[in-house]
Design a protein. Structure first.
Length: 205
């Protein structure tokens, strides 16, 4: 049975779902706004799992970045998409996935003109397991104390993906200890981005 082709959810400027597009067609010089996510994986000592993107990837090949990124499938809750990609990319079983930055958005252009253009909620999870990464996705990984990592990104001394470079100052503003960062309300997510009802306060989205 052939694998199911990945799709991305296209968004309008208000974060509403306006259609889907095969992922293989999504990224080019005029990339349309679409839904994504970033996840920061920490261990119980507060170290961040930093990963190097596989060198054959279309966008930012070989670049070091946060633990895991991806695109929710149409109708897939963000936290479930995070769990799926952690398993697929890193061989990790997600514990509780927490929402940190529900409204993060960025646009970045590669030297060859390929554009990333995403509403990209930022999440975190905690595990003490080492990853077993997929060679299709990841070429390297390391655990780095959060204070050391964030300081080196903020100073410009660490080369990192453009989305991670924009996210780190926002995360650092949440406090020095990532294990004590407050969870955001999933109702602050873009309209097209769901969250598991059991994890949403008040009422399901």
């Amino acid at each position: 049975m052939p694998p199911i082709e990945e799709s991305v959810v296209l968004l309008d400027e208000e974060g509403r779902d306006i259609g889907v597009l095969p992922k293989r067609l999504a990224h080019h010089a005029d990339t349309r706004l679409h839904l994504a996510f970033s996840c920061y994986v920490f261990d119980t000592a507060g170290r961040l799992l930093v990963t190097q993107r596989a060198h054959h990837k279309k966008t930012w090949p070989g670049v070091w970045t946060n633990s895991c990124c991806g695109h929710p499938a149409p109708g897939e809750a963000i936290d479930l998409a995070v769990g799926r990609r952690l398993d697929d990319e890193l061989g990790l079983s997600a514990g509780e996935v927490r929402l940190l930055l529900p409204r993060f958005r960025y646009r970045a252009v590669m030297p060859d003109g390929v554009v990333e253009n995403e509403m990209c909620p930022v999440t975190m999870t905690v595990t003490d397991a080492d990853p077993v990464p997929s060679a299709d996705e990841v070429d390297g990984w390391e655990w780095v104390p959060w204070g050391e990592f964030s300081a080196s990104v903020l100073s410009g001394d660490r080369a990192i993906s453009p989305w991670c470079a924009e996210q780190v100052p926002l995360l650092a503003a949440l406090g020095p200890d990532p294990l004590r960062w407050p969870s955001a309300d999933p109702r602050e997510l873009p309209t097209a981005a769901g969250w598991s009802p059991a994890e949403t306060p008040g009422h399901p989205r």
